[in-house]
Design a protein around this ligand. Structure first.
Ligand code: M6R
Length: 597
């Protein structure tokens, strides 16, 4: 939700911290700040707005030279995105930046105010700064340990203590934080991608763990304050994995990487006779599946549900993870839960998974970010191999999720002896490359949609969940209102919204559903709507009076045609947003990783 970066070394801290913030900005970008510890004490600089604004401010108001500092880019939870609420927050000798949310904030704030403390901001973070200042008697780790016992919720903190000028301190509970080992320098970041330009050696802090970053090394402590030893992990990707390269946006780069993401994900599990050998139970033991996710991950679950039910004949329920706990879900023996998440840090998905664990059912995490919270929580972890995804709108990671769930369905179906034909997984990356080649045509459709007050996406069967994802993609990056409807459902009310010129993007990838969907398209055109048809090349003839324009999608993919269709809708949304001059990679009000409930 927010991004944290910390540095202790021989270089100029301000510029290293700014570089770190730029790489973490996708996590939240409504305000930013930095604090350094120089010979003259703590100095901080904060702005409402982007890291760019902070950099400009630092040019006109430079901080004194220093090699130690912490920085933050914010997605507001408590208090508006103003300079006053921007991190770092200072109380006495303590300076803090925070990612997460305090659930007992009100009570702690009242307590502090009753004790005569005056809080300057509306943030929960400032409460932490005051509690630490009160608890601090000279030993930072002891103060952090004591205060941690009082905090409820999730928090990753980076801290400076003014009387320990050569140290950065850190702790994490529920929100991610990693330390990075350099040569004569140490780093701290919310995400491994921000460490890559400096070092590939890193350690994710475990729950409740604390760290002291010195120039010559990093010390780790457990939640009781006892020292712990851990060998650093080595990141396999290079710094270029998190650079835009020649692309105008990360989203454009990541859409082009979709075929590779799917290819790598499939290749990771297709060794030997059965995919997921030793990682999933025999499909005959699985009586029912519960799929959990938020946003696009939940939409990937909808695609997975269909394949699991049609191929493997396993009853499958999909839950919006944020609602799961409130439906008192029926979970019985033989039910398996699968939680799907790119970041592995989505608070609602983690909470849903915890409930499944409490109820004693086996859990599987489908996750892209190794070492994320979800990957430590789930009983079994299946990684999507999409590589780092930076754009807030997910594209390649969503594709990898659908491919992995499809492969899971295929494996269970084989176990249960209920899939007659082979599914064309090996042809999938190439089909996705064919969609990449239609980018010009997608751009034309995007241009047509740009600026329209309402856009509808309709489809039947497997095409409907893809429409839901297409509508979300368009909403989140173009800010256009869009709605997805099962094509046959439109006439039960929503068709009242159609009139001359309203764009209806229609999907037909299933030949069996062609004629029924064509009838729905004609109903739309009869009301003056403009039908933009995306149609599989194996769907057969569609009468020319059913649509206004047409884009052909690769055929022969059966149930897997959801992926080429989704890839085309991603490109259409991308181009619509570009034509409207939107900030495609960092759409308003959003953040890549949603670590609050
Ligand atoms: O990291 P996760 O996959 O758990 O994220 C879930 C959603 O927040 C995410 O898919 C969101 O809907 C995307 N921004 C959509 O593009």
């Amino acid at each position: 939700m927010c991004g944290i970066f910390g540095y202790n070394g021989g270089k100029e801290a301000s510029s290293i911290l700014l570089g770190g913030l730029y790489r973490l900005e996708y996590r939240g970008y409504d305000s930013a700040g930095v604090a350094i510890l120089s010979e003259t004490g703590v100095h901080r600089s904060r702005v409402a707005g982007r890291v760019e604004a902070l950099e400009a401010h630092l040019k006109t108001h430079p901080l004194p030279p220093a090699g130690v500092g912490i920085a933050h880019t914010r997605w507001a939870t408590h208090g508006a995105p103003t300079e006053r609420n921007a991190h770092p927050h200072v109380s006495g000798r303590v300076t803090v930046v925070h990612n997460g949310i305090l659930e007992n904030y009100d009570r702690l704030k009242q307590e502090l105010e009753a004790a005569g403390r005056v809080l300057e901001s509306e943030t929960d973070t400032e409460v932490i700064a005051h509690l630490l200042d009160l608890a601090y008697t000279g030993d930072p780790i002891d103060a952090i340990r004591q205060v941690s016992e009082r905090l409820q919720g999730s928090y990753a903190l980076a801290l400076l203590f003014a009387d320990h000028p050569d140290r950065v301190y850190a702790v994490r509970v529920g929100s991610p934080l990693l330390v990075g080992y350099g040569d004569g320098e140490s780093f701290l970041a919310s995400d491994r991608t921000a460490l890559l330009p400096h070092t590939r050696r890193y350690t994710p802090l475990g729950e409740g763990e604390m760290a002291i970053l010195a120039r010559d090394g990093i010390s780790l402590f457990d939640r009781a304050g006892q020292p712990i030893q851990r060998e650093p992990l080595i990141a396999t990707e290079g710094a270029d994995a998190v650079e835009k390269g020649p692309y105008p946006h990360f989203m454009a780069k990541e859409m082009d990487e979709l075929p590779t993401a799917v290819r790598q994900t499939l290749a990771a599990y297709l060794h030997g006779a059965r995919p997921f050998e030793g990682q999933l139970p025999d499909g005959r033991q699985v009586k029912e599946l519960v799929l959990l996710g938020c946003g696009s991950a939940m939409h990937a679950c909808l695609c997975g549900q269909r394949m699991l039910e049609r191929w493997a004949r396993i009853p499958t329920r999909v839950y919006v993870a944020s609602e799961f706990r409130y439906c008192d879900p029926l979970l019985s023996e033989g039910t398996w839960a699968v939680a799907v998440s790119q970041s592995g840090e989505t608070a609602d998905t983690l909470a849903a998974l915890r409930l499944c664990k409490e109820r004693g059912i086996p859990t599987v995490g489908v996750v892209n970010v190794a070492t994320s919270s979800l990957s430590t929580l789930a009983d079994q972890v299946l990684y999507t191999r999409a590589g780092p995804e930076i754009a807030v709108a997910t594209t390649k990671a969503y594709g990898a999720q659908v491919a992995l769930l499809g492969l899971m369905a295929y494996r269970f179906a084989r176990d249960r002896g209920c899939l007659a034909e082979d599914a064309p997984f090996s042809a999938l990356p190439e089909a996705l490359e064919q969609v990449t080649a239609t980018d010009g045509a997608c751009a034309e459709i995007g241009q047509r949609l740009a600026g329209c007050p309402n856009v509808f996406f309709i489809g039947r069967g497997r095409d409907y969940p893809v429409c839901v994802e297409g509508a979300l993609k368009l909403k989140e990056i173009s800010y256009l209102h869009s709605e997805a409807y099962a094509a046959g459902e439109l006439k039960h009310g929503t068709i009242a919204l159609l009139h001359s010129g309203v764009p209806v993007v229609a999907l037909i990838t299933d030949p069996c559903l062609r004629d029924k969907t064509v009838s729905n398209l004609k109903e739309c055109r009869a009301r003056g709507a403009e039908v933009i048809l995306l149609c599989g090349e194996d769907v057969g003839e569609v009468p020319a009076d059913a649509y206004d324009s047409r884009l052909t999608l690769p055929g022969g993919m059966g149930e897997l045609s959801v992926l080429p269709a989704a890839a085309a809708l991603q490109r259409i949304a991308y181009h619509a947003a570009c034509y409207m001059g939107r900030d495609v990679d960092k759409p308003r009000n959003l953040a890549k990783s949603v670590t609050v409930e």
